[in-house]
Design a binder for this molecule. Structure first.
Ligand SMILES: NC(=O)c1ccc[n+]([C@@H]2O[C@H](COP(=O)([O-])OP(=O)(O)OC[C@H]3O[C@@H](n4cnc5c(N)ncnc54)[C@H](OP(=O)(O)O)[C@@H]3O)[C@@H](O)[C@H]2O)c1
Length: 308
């Protein structure tokens, strides 16, 4: 099969489009012929070597935390899937990733794609969807909550806006001004454009902040929470925990390959309650260029997808 692989950390050029042996479905696994995979910020940060304090990546490595396609064989003991099923899969950090024409995964790391969703749309909901679902579950968002979602135009932020709106929260989101109408269209009640005004100068009394940027954005977000409010953060730039100082709870959303969370996203999207956001598609062979675009912040309004 064709796949993207790198053998050392470094710039996007370390990734090569090469021929690898086809994987085989082991016991309890399904073999999937992939149609698409997401390009995530985690992929390029891992490749660049920025996460070496957290993970020692076995080399060579095929990147990608998810994918979607059709089951072409099943291993012994598989009960949930048959050949021909369309599935979305979660790929482990230390296993082969989704930047490939095929992948073998444990059946507990796959869900069926609803008939109403294209495979590409389902994959746009896979890694980003897991992150958004688990963050919302961590925050225990309920109807009437005042919620601030940072980077509402990003892949995860856009899904957070949609999920919180669906749950009946009052959603304010940050993004650049050219994405204001897009984010309002996802269900935000209010947008604060970070290139026009500073959110912490104008917002107060929020019950929950979803913080996806780290650094200064994290630091300034405490001020907008009410006492007893909840800051739920995802890993980005380093943060300074100021929860005690401001009398708020601070929780990192621990994003794991949680099948029930992924199933929840698929069910909502399958019934049309959630719209997958695909920013752009590029062929698998152009993965290095896809990483360059992600690194310079040129991708907005959903996921950048690689297609096989
Ligand atoms: N395991 C984890 O903890 C975990 C999991 C998933 C994601 N994350 C992190 O969450 C972040 C978002 O991920 P993603 O996949 O959604 O990325 P993404 O699709 O690349 O979105 C990033 C968004 O950030 C927005 N942005 C840039 N500067 C901003 C600012 N000063 N204020 C508000 N928004 C700003 C951009 O908005 P505009 O386009 O409008 O400029 C862009 O759409 C990344 O840092 C990622 O590493 C962590």
């Amino acid at each position: 099969m064709k796949a993207i692989q790198y053998s050392e950390h470094g710039p996007a050029d370390v990734m090569h489009y090469i021929e690898l042996p086809d994987p085989v479905a082991g016991p309890g696994q399904i073999l999937v012929k992939l149609e698409a995979a997401s390009v995530t910020p985690f992929d390029w940060k891992l490749r660049a070597g920025h996460l070496q304090n957290h993970f020692t990546l076995p080399m060579p490595s095929v990147p990608g935390r998810d994918g979607g396609g059709t089951v072409i064989s099943v291993g012994d003991g598989v009960t949930e899937f048959v050949v021909g099923d369309r599935v979305a899969v979660m790929a482990g950090v230390f296993a082969q990733g989704g930047y490939a024409e095929m992948i073998a995964v444990d059946e507990k790391h796959a869900v069926k794609i609803p008939d109403s969703l294209s495979t590409i749309d389902a994959v746009a909901l896979t890694n980003a969807g897991l992150s958004a679902w688990i963050a919302v579950r961590t925050a225990e968002v309920k109807s009437g909550d005042k919620v601030l979602v940072h980077s509402g135009s990003g892949a995860v932020g856009g899904l957070l806006v949609q999920l919180c709106h669906h749950l009946g929260a009052h959603v304010t989101a940050t993004c650049r001004s050219t994405n204001r109408d897009y984010v309002l269209g996802l269900g935000a009640d209010r947008v604060v454009a970070y290139d026009e005004e500073y959110f912490s100068d104008i917002l107060t009394g929020q019950d929950i902040v979803f913080e996806l940027m780290g650094g200064e954005v994290h630091d300034k977000s405490y001020k907008v929470l009410k006492k007893g409010g909840h800051m739920v953060w995802l890993v980005a730039d380093p943060i300074r925990d100021r929860g005690e100082e401001f009398g708020v709870n601070v929780t990192r959303a621990m994003i794991t390959d949680d099948k029930s969370a992924l199933q929840g996203m698929m069910d909502l999207a399958g019934t049309g309650l959630l719209k997958p956001q695909v920013a752009r598609t590029m062929p698998l062979s152009e993965a290095a260029e896809a990483h360059r675009l992600m690194e310079k912040g040129a991708i907005s309004r959903g996921r950048l997808m690689l297609t096989m």
